[in-house]
Write a protein that binds this ligand. Structure first.
Ligand code: ADP
Ligand code: ADP
Length: 231
């Protein structure tokens, strides 16, 4: 069983940089999958392709068994993919819940129900151990909580596959622990987490499987012995 299966993904940027050169990636449901490699290895490009904001020049990508169309993030979001970038795109003057619901339209014919939205954000926050007050002012939040708002935003849109671009880079050590608790909760609840990482000790602590990239290629896959579940 696979939620993501990428084969032969190649992306050559205008100017000629071969950012992805025949990359393969297989991600199983419910796993924490780290993608590691030096700066410039092509990790971000691969994640952007999974989220539909970069189009490969060659290769195949199946998301939940269906061919990706690379028509922008809306298509990826509709297929249950959510992405949290290193640089957040929150509106500082909005409350937490306003940021979470921003861009999610109410169901056809329905009116926006403020109380229900706050309740849904509160429920997601408690379920996935992403502690943050839905009615707090976003500008007052430490970076770790801002990141939770971004994750909640993806979960509000029913993301089943969460892509986190170097999520620990901006966090204090205590916040890293809290993020890892949330990641474990997410996968225990059947979500899949793919994250880009640099620091090997962290990667080994949290990952079930690790894909190593170098110079645009996937050069290896490591399975964590103790934490991985049989698939
Ligand atoms: P990583 O995330 O592993 O650091 P990237 O996917 O960001 O790697 O980058 C891979 C290569 O592609 C690098 O050489 C980088 O400079 C180049 N690159 C990334 N984005 C662009 C872009 N938009 N245009 C041109 N080159 C890019
Ligand atoms: P574009 O203008 O690049 O084509 P779209 O208008 O198709 O993008 O965007 C579709 C939706 O994807 C928008 O509501 C946008 O807010 C949302 N979106 C962008 N980045 C993310 C993200 N990281 N997580 C969840 N939704 C996102």
């Amino acid at each position: 069983q696979r939620v993501i299966e990428a084969r032969g993904i190649t992306r050559i940027y205008p100017g000629g940089t071969v950012a992805n050169d025949g990359v393969s990636l297989v991600v199983r449901p419910g796993e924490v999958h780290a993608v590691v490699g030096e700066n410039g290895a092509g990790k971000s490009t691969l994640m952007k392709i999974l989220f539909g904001i970069e189009k490969p020049d060659a290769g195949d990508l199946l998301i939940d068994g269906r061919e990706a169309r690379f028509e922008g993030p809306r298509d990826a979001i509709d297929r249950g993919v959510g992405m949290v970038f290193q640089h957040f795109s929150l509106v500082p003057s909005f409350t937490v819940y306003e940021n979470v619901v921003l861009g999610s339209e109410p169901r056809a014919g329905a009116r926006f129900d403020r109380a229900a939205a706050i309740e849904r954000v509160r429920h997601l926050s408690e379920t996935f151990r992403l502690k943050v007050d839905p009615e707090a002012q976003t500008r007052t939040l430490p970076v770790g909580q801002q990141q939770r708002v971004e994750i909640l935003k993806a979960l509000y849109r029913d993301a089943k596959i969460l892509i986190l671009d170097e999520p620990t880079a901006v966090l204090a050590p205590q916040e890293v622990d809290e993020l890892f608790t949330a990641i474990r909760t997410l996968t225990a609840e059947g979500r899949t987490v793919i994250f880009i990482a640099h620091k090997l000790p962290e990667v080994l602590e949290i990952s079930d499987r690790i894909t190593v990239m170098r110079a645009g290629k996937t050069v290896g896959e490591v399975v964590a012995a103790e934490t991985s579940e049989p698939q």
